[in-house]
Design a protein around this ligand. Sequence first.
Ligand code: GDP
Ligand code: GDP
Length: 433
Amino acid sequence: MANIIAIVGRPNVGKSTLYNRLTESRRAIVDDYSGVTRDRHYGQGEWIGKKFAVVDTGGYVHGSEDVFEAAIREQVLIAIEEASVILFMVDVTTGITDLDDAIADVLRRSKKPVFVVVNKVDHPLLQQEASIFYSFGLGEIYPLSSMTGSGTGELLDEVVTHFEHEEEEEDERPKFAIVGRPNVGKSSLTNALIGKDRNIVTPVAGTTRDSIRIHYNQYGHDFILIDTAGLRRKTKVKENIEFYSVMRTIKALEESDVVILMLDATEGIEAQDINIFHLAEKNKKGIVILVNKWDLIEKNQKTTKVFEELIREKIAPFTDVPIVFTSVTEKQRIFKAVEAAAAVYKNKTKKVPTSKLNDVMLPIIENYPPPATKGKYIKIKYVTQIAGKSPMFAFFCNLPQYIKEPYRRFIENKLRENFDFEGVPVQVYFRQK
Ligand code: GDP
Ligand code: GDP
């Protein structure tokens, strides 16, 4: 179940500073991948073992003063609909402004939990001043300093108690989510798959009120499609379209096993696509990339290959992902896309028998052992797959602390070469034996 925290508030109160703090442990990893992730507005955080997604609503709305308030009000409405918890951030150094009041008005009607977060309380002396924000009538206030981090723990302790409990999925079928930026062809694909024959479509009551699940059962495939496009809110403000789409995407992604990331061939892979890709990867989801509207591209023999290489470069280092070139309108390779998603799901749930794993991997390790560190030799004795929702492997050895990232990657690649984990994040651990 997706737990999404949305940070709302007027500009400059410190939303992105708090966002960075809540996602910081993971951000460092993401920033290694590519330069484009810096301006992202959503990411993952974790508190006392509970994972959540954080969305910073700042940055989606630009524009002139007069459209601004309307845009923010609408954004807050979207956040109320889509998030699990709302953090309403205000600034102790400025007190209550008109825009703060306008946002508070919208939030008072929220049925979702709202936390009044009073930021920039960098010093205990400012605690007293924070109390004016009780006048919103939104309940308890949470004074903190996003800059120093003080007070964030107290906030999170309370926030996580409002998360939905991890329910056991009652439906065992694979869940595929079609995600991507607006207009890439997501609804067209859903329609093409379920066709005109509504008999093959059984809407499944979702565990979440507003995610649409479609049961697909034909041509030997049986899965649930999680639809992000079907239920579309009408946004009056253009800038909020992206915000809304991001909220829907995070939710669908978290509920799915395999993410079908759809791109528009005429636009290529953009920063937002790469963000979704990394989010899926970090969530240990299976991934298939569809390059749609392929009919609009002028082609020669090299076009596909060049396109593919460009995408793999951008998604590195996790490049072992199927890429399918589709035209939904021309009905080209739609079924291949379904097959690819099904294959990825199979890879994700694959269990390699321990004997086979050792028979294959130990000779490889024998031939290319981890390099000795500080004169110490590292001996890997055996390997086993750990039970879990995605493939995890434990390699038992004498000195796991001396094994470096390049060797871990080498091992991961060998696992991929020998057992086929295409489209699936694979975790490799070295443990003390
Ligand atoms: P946003 O527009 O709401 O995302 O706000 P930012 O996160 O960009 O922050 C606006 C300004 O407030 C920046 O100059 C931050 O450095 C500053 N700021 C953010 N949090 C704190 C804080 O806890 N204390 C102080 N003193 N400044 C802060
Ligand atoms: P969504 O916002 O991602 O759900 O995108 P839609 O399915 O609504 O499609 C947006 C537009 O792209 C529509 O006009 C579609 O007819 C068009 N479209 C979708 N797939 C293709 C395709 O493969 N080729 C071309 N040329 N147009 C497409």
